[in-house]
Design a protein around this ligand. Structure first.
Ligand code: ZN
Length: 650
């Protein structure tokens, strides 16, 4: 399987492998297959949530793409194809990240040409509308910059609801929506449902009312299909708790009852025995400037046994790591419990997780459920792996690594070492250390998250080069640890600057923490030349001269950062963050940006899904589920519209 599929505009399409799928037993494969179908059936819901014109625009553009009789070799037709691919990628006409309307990239007169030379027989316009009126409206939405300008507007000067062109509210002002939900909340107790999560708020005859997304309500045609496949999936569930929560989920889709959704979430959190897991529903609220309405998404996944073993080993040895850290004894925990993290592979991505996808899942979102019943936090191994494989081939490593050894180390060990760093950071780093009585996160105020991320990263870096890693079988050789030190400093001192605009400072706390560590060890080891900047043909590189000494410096800084957190030493936190992590060396920044620009990389990536095919015996009994990766992006998009376009022409 090739990871890279194609590139257009500012986007890159990749593929993820589904390792070990063939080796799963048939029941698990069938469970995944039916859940995947349930996942794909919700596609149109998200399109309509994102904007009320999206489904109609998609139908128009796809008809043009299929039936245009004019010359398909012109630049204009190619620009039209890029526009359609961008719309597919964003699940609508707004950029998936900036949420601004995507410019068509071809003239309006060419749109007319596309209309005139395409075949509209059998095309259904909206009921009661002539085709001419319909297409004129679509054209206006695509080309008029004033129309549907931004999907999610967060500019507090504006009415956030009225000025956002998502489809969660109709003829409703921000004030009306906020008042409506604030009043509902006053009726709730300590365990409130997520009011408004699964409905469109509309004004009808001057009164506010919710159009609930359920079987006999809005989006019913797609929800009917989701239920159909969930009901089939239940038969293959691995245990009774899975059966129970799928039952709740189906009931929730039928009734729209948010209390049932909470019931489902609680059972879902408790279910830890099975290998296969999934998310299917109205989940994240980023698409709504008020953070109330849930966009539809689905992910189906199964446990990565090897990688989970890695996290379990760390967790089981948590006390050893605590006892042996360079932190002062009074700031160590006497009894430490590692967080056991689960590592998963995704089988399918859908809705708001497709094609742009998260690399981890942390759900449910309801705060009281998290506190009372816990949450599931997982990292997605096969997605991070695909990103890594792609990064090895995009030219970044050759451009910024300081030597051939460094490149070889990164290729051989980078992925493994990076994962181990993440595990150390998540399973042990954040949970280590203790805070003196009376000290809380508030003591460090705005510097807290940078300090906390710094602490977890240093914990990981310090142990990376420890013999214990080899003893526990977590690393194959010291070279792997060196690969992690290389990439950490290269990123902290050079490559992460590619994400900062010229003239700007560093704001994001993870980026701050990386520069804090990299700059601090560079300065602290200057006299011994532990780390140095070298320049060759106008290009700056980072060279590590003494890995062992570098490890000692990580340890020293960890000791100090832990003290700062434990004592709540605001002044010291401020000094470190402000001196090391915020400011950017302007000249170096310019150089890095210029080198990065030459590589011509796409800033955003998304993933194609593999294709699952159910094989049956002549009698109809399922025999196997086959997986293939050869479908290209356009074919996948057209097939999804064909097979799962349940809400077009509603
Ligand atoms: Zn962290």
């Amino acid at each position: 399987m090739k990871v890279f599929a194609e590139k257009f505009a500012d986007l890159k399409i990749l593929r993820f492998a589904v390792p070990g799928f063939e080796a799963l037993d048939l029941t698990k494969k069938l469970y995944i297959y039916h859940l995947s179908q349930a996942a794909l059936c919700g596609r149109d819901i998200l399109w309509d949530q994102n904007n009320r014109f999206n489904l109609r625009i998609r139908a128009v553009l796809e008809t043009m793409r299929r039936t245009f009789k004019g010359n398909r070799e012109t630049d204009q037709f190619k620009s039209f194809e890029v526009y359609l691919k961008r719309v597919w990628f964003s699940n609508g006409i707004h950029h998936h990240y900036s949420t601004e309307k995507i410019p068509a990239g071809f003239p309006e007169t060419y749109f007319t040409e596309l209309v005139e030379q395409s075949d509209w027989s059998g095309f259904k316009a909206n009921s009661g509308q002539s085709f001419e009126v319909f297409i004129a409206e679509i054209q206006d939405v695509i080309f008029n910059p004033e129309k549907e300008a931004k999907r999610v507007n967060l500019d507090s000067k504006d009415d956030l609801v009225a000025s956002s062109s998502n489809n969660y509210y109709q003829d409703v002002t921000q004030n009306e929506a906020e008042t409506f939900y604030a009043e509902l909340k006053t009726t709730a107790g300590a365990e409130p449902v997520s009011f408004g999560l699964n409905s469109t708020l509309v004004k009808e005859d001057g009164r506010l009312t919710e159009h609930v997304w359920k079987l006999d309500g809005k989006y019913g045609k797609a929800i009917e299909q989701i239920i159909f496949w969930l009901e089939k999936a239940v038969k293959y569930a691995e245990n009774d708790l899975q059966k129970k929560y799928i039952g709740h989920l189906i009931e929730y889709y039928i009734t729209g009852s948010l209390a049932l959704f909470d019931q489902y979430s609680i059972d879902w959190v408790k279910e830890l025995e099975g290998d296969v897991d999934f998310v299917n529903g109205f989940i994240e609220v980023y698409g709504d400037p008020l953070g109330i309405k849930g966009s539809w998404e689905s992910i189906v996944n199964y446990k990565d046994k090897e990688a989970t073993k890695r996290a379990t080993i760390l967790s089981e040895n948590a006390q050893w790591f605590e006892d042996n850290s360079p932190v002062a004894p009074e700031f160590k925990k006497t009894a430490v419990k590692g967080v056991s993290a689960k590592v998963i592979n995704v089988a399918i991505l859908a809705g708001d997780c497709y094609p742009a996808t998260p690399i981890g899942i942390n759900l449910p979102n309801a705060e009281w459920i998290r506190e009372k019943h816990g949450s599931k936090s997982v990292t997605i191994e096969n997605i991070t792996q695909a990103y890594f494989l792609d990064s090895m081939n995009n030219g970044m490593l050759e451009e910024f690594a300081g030597s051939v050894d460094e490149i070889a180390r990164a290729r051989q060990f980078g992925y493994l070492a990076g994962n181990l760093h993440t595990d150390l950071h998540e399973c042990l780093g954040h949970g280590s250390g203790k805070v003196l009585e009376g000290v809380s996160t508030e003591n460090l105020k705005n510097y807290y998250s940078t300090i906390e991320e710094t602490r977890a990263d240093l914990f990981a870096l310090y142990y990376m080069l420890d013999n214990q890693m080899l003893k526990l079988g977590l690393l194959p050789s010291v070279e792997a640890a060196k690969a992690e030190y290389d990439v950490y400093l290269r990123n902290g001192l050079l490559t992460q600057l590619t994400r900062i605009e010229p003239g700007k400072d560093i704001e994001e706390s993870h980026m701050r923490n990386r520069q804090l560590i990299a700059r601090w060890v560079y300065e602290a080891g200057k006299a011994q030349n532990v780390v140095e900047f070298v320049s060759s043909e106008g290009k700056t590189y980072v060279r590590i001269n003494d890995y062992q000494a570098l490890r000692e410096l990580f340890g020293q800084l960890l000791k100090e950062i832990q003290r700062i957190k434990s004592e709540g030493d605001f002044e010291a936190a401020k000094q470190l963050v402000e001196n090391y992590s915020v400011k950017v060396d302007r000249q170096l920044h310019e150089e890095i940006l210029a080198r990065f620009k030459k590589l011509d990389l796409a800033p955003y990536s998304g993933f194609l899904n593999p294709v699952y095919q159910l094989k049956t015996y002549p009698c109809g009994t399922p025999a196997d589920v086959l997986i293939s990766y050869d479908e290209d992006y356009t074919s996948q998009m057209l097939r999804y519209s064909q097979d799962y376009g349940f809400l077009v022409n509603q």
